[in-house]
Ligand binder design. Structure first.
Ligand code: PRP
Length: 215
């Protein structure tokens, strides 16, 4: 029987783009496009089994080996440092991690800066590197509300188009790091299914190359 590669895809728009890229690379699984509530899709001919998972859970499936490979934002890798191999930058889902707030909100360095974020480790490391004292307020979403309500001075968050900030009169104050989707692998799978995973990397790299060529 053909060896199957289990692939964890992040639910949502990014996951769909990633699937399209995998399909172009030769890992199609037509049943995935059917509009139903199924969570697992298999294509024996192409040797792939896909799962849709919550984006922030992709690394958990891959770390546990329930998925051999997966696709996750660099933000999640930087925040949680999961024990996986990062194999490729898929150049999709590009955005930035930034400090944002009302203009000048980051300037007064005499007092502890109040930082609201979903990414306490990234924020902590960044302000440590500047030797800046901060208090972190951990939130799970709608981070932009914190400075508007006066709960924090700034936020550390993902900025993609900048629309959310603009519509709330906030701006990027400092850039921390560029983010994009990464192809990751479980460490044991990388050893035991090496040929198949390497092949997948090669085909994805070719796909990335042809995309660059079409720019
Ligand atoms: C993310 C992020 C910003 C927004 C940035 O939120 O936290 O709020 O997208 O995108 P933009 O620059 O294109 O406006 P998400 O939609 O994931 O929701 P959340 O508020 O639940 O984090």
């Amino acid at each position: 029987m053909k060896e199957m590669i289990n692939i964890a895809l992040p639910k949502g728009r990014l996951g769909e783009k990633v699937y399209d890229m995998l399909e172009r690379a030769g890992y199609g699984c037509p049943s995935i496009k059917e509009n139903n509530r199924k969570l697992i899709f298999e294509d024996e001919k192409n040797g792939v089994r896909y799962f849709w998972v919550k984006p922030s859970d992709v690394t958990i499936y891959v770390e546990h080996g329930a998925a051999d490979v997966g696709v996750v934002g660099k933000d999640i890798l930087l925040e949680y440092s999961p024990d996986v191999y990062e194999l490729l930058d898929l150049k999709l889902g590009k955005c930035r991690m930034a400090v944002a707030g009302y203009k000048g909100a980051n300037k007064n360095s005499d007092r502890t800066l109040r930082v609201a974020t979903k990414f306490p480790n990234i924020a902590g490391r960044y302000f440590d590197s500047l030797s800046r004292e901060i208090n972190i307020i951990k939130l799970n979403g709608s981070i932009e509300l914190a400075p508007i309500l006066g709960m924090s001075d700034v936020i550390v968050d993902i900025v993609e188009t900048g629309t959310t900030l603009r519509e709330n009169n906030l701006s990027v104050l400092e850039e921390i790091v560029d983010i994009s989707a990464r192809f990751i692998s479980n460490k044991a799978s990388f050893r035991f299914k090496n040929a198949a995973i390497e092949k997948m990397c090669e085909r994805l790299t070719e796909e990335l190359g042809s995309k660059d060529a079409n720019k």
